[in-house]
Design a protein around this ligand. Structure first.
Ligand code: ZN
Length: 333
């Protein structure tokens, strides 16, 4: 396997979820926080239950406090991902955390756009942003996000998404936000079919008109839904390690990836909150190869599927596809 250089595209990754433990420790020291309790002796994040995971995530997010911190975590993430063959990445962002630490949305986006320019120049990774509604924060917060989607300058922001606790509110409660996003030229994705079952995927398609589904793996429980996803060419942002860590799939071997591929549903591979799930984009591709029989050619197909569903302009898409063609000629011919 040519895993390190095999071209990869990632559509599903949360900004504050990319912070590696060594980076978190550096930021904590800078801001005078002691976070040693969340780092295990082997240097990885220390959590066992879902509630621990949420608590550790919050502790890490808390040490990201300034625009410089955001710039640093962003460059660090894409330097690591580029070394594993990433050529295109979509980063999920929310306005809530920067706001909570006193960074305005304008400053936040200025920082991220500059960071993305620098990542592209330094590492050759094309990056786009997907602004997110966090559903458990409620409808009023969602209205504020819809407002930003409509009025704030876009630059590399090309998508609108929804994440958060699937048990709270219904997808239909957020139709207004997705309509606002679409009206402003944004493309759309919705987390569904992770902790909630196949009906949540149907709802995200029906009520939000989502073009892609974040996770969506529980669609594997409903044959009609699989047909619908295939026929409507709705790409799933599949995150295998995340699903195993959070109990959405019992093991990597029994993960829904094979069933989804067998049904002809378009899938991409993603790391979600990589260091929290002890993974990275290279590992997600390697797991698909080791446990789901994907050949290098299959993995390249998965990257092409991701690019076909990417929220980017055609010139960017074509440049990534040309890179893949060249790689394929050199390695798989
Ligand atoms: Zn996610």
């Amino acid at each position: 396997m040519n895993n390190q250089t095999l071209p990869k595209a990632e559509l599903h990754c949360h900004l504050e979820g990319t912070v590696a433990p060594d980076v978190a420790l550096r930021l904590a020291k800078r801001h005078g926080y002691d976070i040693s309790r969340i780092i295990a002796p082997d240097g990885r994040y220390n959590w066992r239950t879902f509630n621990d995971f949420l608590a550790v995530y919050d502790v890490v997010a808390e040490v990201v406090r300034t625009p410089e911190d955001y710039y640093e975590i962003f460059l660090d993430y894409y330097a690591r991902a580029a070394a594993q063959g990433l050529i295109y990445g979509e980063m999920f962002i929310s306005s809530d955390h920067p706001q909570a630490v006193g960074i305005s949305y304008d400053t936040f986006m200025e920082t991220l756009n500059q960071a993305a320019d620098d990542v592209e120049a330094k590492y050759g990774v094309h990056v786009r942003f997907v602004l997110h509604v966090v559903r458990h924060y409620g409808i009023e917060k969602a209205r504020a996000v819809a407002d930003l989607a409509e009025k704030a300058p876009k630059r590399r922001v090309t998508g609108l998404g929804i994440a958060g606790d699937e048990a709270q509110y219904a997808h239909a409660d957020f139709t207004f936000a997705f309509e606002a996003g679409r009206g402003a030229g944004l493309q759309t994705t919705a987390h569904a079919g992770e902790h909630a079952g196949p009906s949540s995927v149907k709802n995200a398609v029906m009520h939000l008109g989502a073009q892609r589904i974040g996770h969506g793996v529980r669609a594997a429980e409903d044959a009609d839904l699989l047909t619908l996803l295939k026929e409507q060419n709705i790409t799933l942002e599949v995150c295998p390690s995340s699903n195993v860590c959070l109990g959405v799939a019992p093991t990597i071997e029994t993960h829904q990836l094979s069933a989804l591929r067998a049904a002809g549903v378009p899938v991409s591979l993603n790391s979600d909150d990589p260091p929290f799930f002890f993974t990275d984009i290279g590992r997600e591709y390697a797991l698909a190869q080791q446990h789901h029989g994907c050949t290098d050619a299959d993995l390249i197909d998965i990257t092409r599927t991701a690019l076909a569903a990417a929220f980017c302009d055609d010139a960017t898409r074509q440049s990534c596809l040309a890179h893949i063609d060249a790689w394929e000629k050199e390695h798989l011919a």
